[in-house]
Design a protein around this ligand. Structure first.
Ligand SMILES: Cc1cc2nc3c(=O)[nH]c(=O)nc-3n(C[C@H](O)[C@H](O)[C@H](O)COP(=O)(O)O)c2cc1C
Length: 231
């Protein structure tokens, strides 16, 4: 190999290495930001715009230990009102879609303090309990689009959500899950819901980390717009 071709092949190799490195670092940064703020699944636009009368269902069990999303509490203050994390997301979805709000409530409320709540919910999972619900959707037939929101508990939905999906048949309805979490996003919950409600038209959900809750409004707005709301 003469000097000129040696120089050329070294230059080409360096250019390739630099391009791959630059791409990888840009991709990693973009992905970690997206994953941190909303679930990656939510980034795809809906194939068909979602239409119809909206109901926003949510379950929340705000812990009483603190009010500060950055240190991991499960309550947030917005416009002077105290919300559970999931309740706050539900309120924003309702505001932006004009949907009615519906809270899943139980006969026996969970303890408020973190440790007691962890223990009580774990006992329920181990015993496969379906907690008794005290709130019921009136005139489900009037609604076409049902958002269903919950906190991720023990890498799954809280057990009251299993009671909820046992209680209703969403065949023919559009079902849109959302959750708040501390890092696990949905875990397998979206797949579980699809299996429990086989007749429903499932949309990709939105998972919001509790530490990004204070700045979640834009992510929620964008997600809704991708499905055709507010257009
Ligand atoms: C009993 C319990 C179990 C939890 N398990 C998980 C978990 O497995 N993964 C996760 O990311 N977050 C977990 N979290 C954190 C909650 O998902 C998070 O704090 C959520 O935003 C609470 O919402 P809420 O205020 O509407 O109840 C758990 C919280 C509790 C109380």
């Amino acid at each position: 190999m003469n000097k000129a071709s040696l120089f050329l092949s070294v230059a080409v190799s360096l250019a390739v290495v630099f391009t791959v490195y630059a791409y990888a670092s840009r991709t990693c940064t973009a992905e970690s930001v997206t994953n941190d703020r909303i679930s990656a699944e939510a980034a795809q636009p809906a194939a068909v715009p979602v239409k119809g009368k909206v109901l926003v269902v949510y379950f929340t069990s705000p812990e009483t230990d603190g009010v500060d999303t950055s240190s991991g509490a499960s309550r947030i203050v917005a416009d002077g009102k105290l919300y559970g994390n999931t309740e706050y997301v539900a309120a924003l979805i309702s505001q932006k879609t004009g949907g009615d709000l519906f809270q899943i409530k139980m006969a026996n409320a969970y303890p408020g303090t973190h440790k007691e709540l962890l223990d009580a919910s774990k006992r329920e999972i181990d015993a496969k309990v379906r907690p008794k619900l005290t709130s019921h959707i009136q005139r489900l037939k009037d609604y076409d689009v049902i958002f269903v929101g919950f906190p991720n508990w023990w890498y799954d939905m809280p057990m009251p959500l299993y009671s909820f999906f046992d209680a209703y048949d969403f065949t023919g309805k559009t079902l849109i899950p959302f959750c708040t979490h501390a890092g696990s996003r949905f875990s397998q919950a979206e797949k579980t819901i699809a299996a429990l409600e086989k007749g429903a038209k499932m949309q990709k959900g939105l998972a919001i980390s509790r530490k990004n809750l204070g700045e979640a409004e834009t992510a929620i707005q964008n997600w809704l717009q991708r499905m055709g709301f507010g257009k």
